[in-house]
Design a protein around this ligand. Structure first.
Ligand SMILES: Nc1ncnc2c1ncn2[C@@H]1O[C@H](COP(=O)(O)OP(=O)(O)O)[C@@H](O)[C@H]1O
Ligand SMILES: [Mg+2]
Length: 167
Protein backbone atom coordinates (compact mmCIF):
# COMPACT_ATOMS: atom_id res chain seq x y z
CA UNK A 1 0.00 0.00 0.00
CA UNK A 2 1.56 3.38 -0.98
CA UNK A 3 2.08 6.05 1.69
CA UNK A 4 -0.34 8.95 1.80
CA UNK A 5 1.46 10.70 4.66
CA UNK A 6 5.05 10.60 5.80
CA UNK A 7 6.60 12.70 8.53
CA UNK A 8 10.31 12.44 9.14
CA UNK A 9 11.71 13.86 12.40
CA UNK A 10 9.32 16.82 12.50
CA UNK A 11 9.90 19.46 15.15
CA UNK A 12 7.88 22.62 15.63
CA UNK A 13 8.68 25.54 17.90
CA UNK A 14 6.35 28.51 17.97
CA UNK A 15 7.43 31.83 19.38
CA UNK A 16 5.02 34.37 20.80
CA UNK A 17 5.27 37.27 23.23
CA UNK A 18 4.17 34.82 25.94
CA UNK A 19 7.29 32.72 25.27
CA UNK A 20 8.52 29.96 23.00
CA UNK A 21 6.62 26.64 22.91
CA UNK A 22 8.09 23.39 21.64
CA UNK A 23 4.90 21.80 20.32
CA UNK A 24 5.97 18.90 18.10
CA UNK A 25 8.98 16.90 19.22
CA UNK A 26 10.62 14.56 16.75
CA UNK A 27 7.43 13.22 15.15
CA UNK A 28 7.90 10.53 12.50
CA UNK A 29 5.10 8.52 10.92
CA UNK A 30 4.24 6.71 7.73
CA UNK A 31 0.56 6.12 6.97
CA UNK A 32 -0.78 4.00 4.11
CA UNK A 33 -3.46 5.29 1.73
CA UNK A 34 -7.07 4.05 2.07
CA UNK A 35 -6.94 4.00 5.86
CA UNK A 36 -8.63 6.03 8.56
CA UNK A 37 -6.31 6.93 11.42
CA UNK A 38 -7.24 8.69 14.65
CA UNK A 39 -4.88 10.78 16.79
CA UNK A 40 -5.67 10.90 20.50
CA UNK A 41 -4.18 13.15 23.14
CA UNK A 42 -5.11 15.60 25.88
CA UNK A 43 -6.09 19.20 25.23
CA UNK A 44 -3.01 21.23 24.35
CA UNK A 45 -0.95 18.19 23.34
CA UNK A 46 -0.56 19.39 19.74
CA UNK A 47 -3.27 17.61 17.70
CA UNK A 48 -4.45 20.75 15.89
CA UNK A 49 -0.86 21.86 15.28
CA UNK A 50 0.01 18.43 13.89
CA UNK A 51 -2.95 18.66 11.47
CA UNK A 52 -1.85 22.13 10.36
CA UNK A 53 1.63 20.73 9.61
CA UNK A 54 0.16 17.72 7.76
CA UNK A 55 -2.02 20.04 5.69
CA UNK A 56 0.83 22.37 4.78
CA UNK A 57 -0.69 25.30 6.69
CA UNK A 58 2.13 25.41 9.24
CA UNK A 59 5.78 24.85 8.35
CA UNK A 60 7.80 22.62 10.68
CA UNK A 61 10.90 24.14 12.27
CA UNK A 62 12.79 21.06 11.08
CA UNK A 63 12.03 17.70 9.48
CA UNK A 64 10.05 16.84 6.35
CA UNK A 65 6.38 16.35 5.48
CA UNK A 66 5.43 14.27 2.47
CA UNK A 67 1.82 13.99 1.21
CA UNK A 68 1.08 11.45 -1.55
CA UNK A 69 4.76 11.41 -2.52
CA UNK A 70 5.23 15.20 -2.63
CA UNK A 71 7.56 16.89 -0.13
CA UNK A 72 5.69 20.02 0.98
CA UNK A 73 8.85 21.90 2.00
CA UNK A 74 10.06 21.79 -1.62
CA UNK A 75 7.06 23.74 -2.96
CA UNK A 76 6.74 27.50 -3.40
CA UNK A 77 3.83 29.21 -1.60
CA UNK A 78 1.77 29.23 -4.82
CA UNK A 79 2.56 25.61 -5.66
CA UNK A 80 1.69 24.59 -2.11
CA UNK A 81 -1.68 26.36 -2.32
CA UNK A 82 -2.46 24.52 -5.58
CA UNK A 83 -1.26 21.22 -4.13
CA UNK A 84 -3.53 21.70 -1.12
CA UNK A 85 -6.49 22.62 -3.32
CA UNK A 86 -6.04 19.49 -5.46
CA UNK A 87 -5.13 16.94 -2.79
CA UNK A 88 -6.19 17.86 0.74
CA UNK A 89 -9.54 18.54 2.42
CA UNK A 90 -9.53 19.98 5.93
CA UNK A 91 -12.30 20.07 8.54
CA UNK A 92 -11.13 22.70 11.02
CA UNK A 93 -11.74 22.41 14.76
CA UNK A 94 -13.93 25.54 14.61
CA UNK A 95 -15.08 24.91 11.02
CA UNK A 96 -13.87 28.23 9.44
CA UNK A 97 -17.02 28.64 7.32
CA UNK A 98 -17.35 32.00 5.59
CA UNK A 99 -20.14 33.79 7.49
CA UNK A 100 -21.34 35.91 4.54
CA UNK A 101 -21.84 32.87 2.30
CA UNK A 102 -24.65 30.31 2.38
CA UNK A 103 -23.99 26.64 3.12
CA UNK A 104 -24.15 25.93 -0.62
CA UNK A 105 -21.69 28.71 -1.48
CA UNK A 106 -19.29 27.57 1.26
CA UNK A 107 -19.21 24.04 -0.16
CA UNK A 108 -18.97 25.27 -3.77
CA UNK A 109 -15.87 27.46 -3.13
CA UNK A 110 -13.18 24.76 -3.43
CA UNK A 111 -14.83 23.48 -6.61
CA UNK A 112 -14.95 26.97 -8.08
CA UNK A 113 -11.29 27.51 -7.18
CA UNK A 114 -10.49 24.29 -9.02
CA UNK A 115 -12.45 25.48 -12.09
CA UNK A 116 -15.32 22.95 -11.94
CA UNK A 117 -18.28 23.70 -14.19
CA UNK A 118 -20.90 22.00 -11.99
CA UNK A 119 -19.70 23.50 -8.70
CA UNK A 120 -23.17 24.28 -7.35
CA UNK A 121 -24.71 20.99 -8.44
CA UNK A 122 -21.86 19.00 -6.83
CA UNK A 123 -22.03 21.16 -3.70
CA UNK A 124 -25.77 20.48 -3.40
CA UNK A 125 -25.11 16.73 -3.70
CA UNK A 126 -22.42 16.91 -1.01
CA UNK A 127 -24.79 18.77 1.34
CA UNK A 128 -27.50 16.18 0.65
CA UNK A 129 -24.98 13.43 1.50
CA UNK A 130 -24.56 14.95 4.97
CA UNK A 131 -28.34 15.36 5.40
CA UNK A 132 -28.47 19.13 4.84
CA UNK A 133 -30.53 19.40 1.66
CA UNK A 134 -33.03 21.59 3.55
CA UNK A 135 -30.32 24.03 4.70
CA UNK A 136 -28.49 24.94 1.48
CA UNK A 137 -29.62 28.58 1.52
CA UNK A 138 -28.89 29.13 5.20
CA UNK A 139 -25.89 31.12 6.45
CA UNK A 140 -23.51 29.57 9.02
CA UNK A 141 -24.97 31.82 11.75
CA UNK A 142 -28.39 30.26 11.11
CA UNK A 143 -27.10 26.70 11.58
CA UNK A 144 -26.47 24.67 14.73
CA UNK A 145 -22.89 23.75 15.65
CA UNK A 146 -23.39 20.20 14.37
CA UNK A 147 -24.93 21.45 11.13
CA UNK A 148 -22.00 23.83 10.60
CA UNK A 149 -19.67 20.91 11.18
CA UNK A 150 -21.51 18.89 8.51
CA UNK A 151 -21.15 21.80 6.05
CA UNK A 152 -17.42 21.83 6.82
CA UNK A 153 -17.26 18.05 6.24
CA UNK A 154 -19.09 18.41 2.90
CA UNK A 155 -16.66 21.18 1.88
CA UNK A 156 -13.71 18.90 2.75
CA UNK A 157 -14.84 15.91 0.65
CA UNK A 158 -16.60 17.67 -2.24
CA UNK A 159 -13.39 17.79 -4.31
CA UNK A 160 -12.67 14.07 -3.60
CA UNK A 161 -9.21 14.88 -2.18
CA UNK A 162 -6.63 12.16 -1.63
CA UNK A 163 -6.31 13.15 2.02
CA UNK A 164 -8.94 14.42 4.45
CA UNK A 165 -7.75 15.91 7.73
CA UNK A 166 -10.51 16.31 10.31
CA UNK A 167 -9.81 18.10 13.57
N1 LIG B 1 0.39 30.23 17.68
C1 LIG B 1 0.81 29.67 18.80
N2 LIG B 1 1.82 30.23 19.51
C2 LIG B 1 2.28 29.66 20.65
N3 LIG B 1 1.79 28.51 21.17
C3 LIG B 1 0.80 27.91 20.51
C4 LIG B 1 0.25 28.45 19.30
N4 LIG B 1 -0.74 27.61 18.87
C5 LIG B 1 -0.81 26.62 19.78
N5 LIG B 1 0.10 26.80 20.77
C6 LIG B 1 0.34 25.91 21.93
O1 LIG B 1 0.68 24.64 21.40
C7 LIG B 1 0.14 23.60 22.19
C8 LIG B 1 -0.65 22.65 21.30
O2 LIG B 1 -1.83 23.30 20.83
P1 LIG B 1 -2.88 22.55 19.91
O3 LIG B 1 -2.16 21.93 18.76
O4 LIG B 1 -3.96 23.51 19.59
O5 LIG B 1 -3.40 21.38 20.89
P2 LIG B 1 -4.67 20.39 20.82
O6 LIG B 1 -5.31 20.57 19.47
O7 LIG B 1 -4.10 19.01 21.03
O8 LIG B 1 -5.56 20.79 21.95
C9 LIG B 1 -0.69 24.28 23.27
O9 LIG B 1 0.07 24.28 24.46
C10 LIG B 1 -0.90 25.68 22.75
O10 LIG B 1 -1.00 26.61 23.82
MG1 LIG C 1 -7.19 21.14 18.89
Amino acid sequence: MPSILKLDHVDLHLKSEAGSVHILKDVSLDLPASKTVGVMGPSGSGKTTLLMVLGGLEKPTSGTVEVAGTTLGGLSEDALAIFRRDNIGIVFQNFHLIPTMTALENVAIPLEFAGHKDAFKKAAEALAAVGLEARVKHYPGQLSGGEQQRVAIARAFVTTPRLILAD
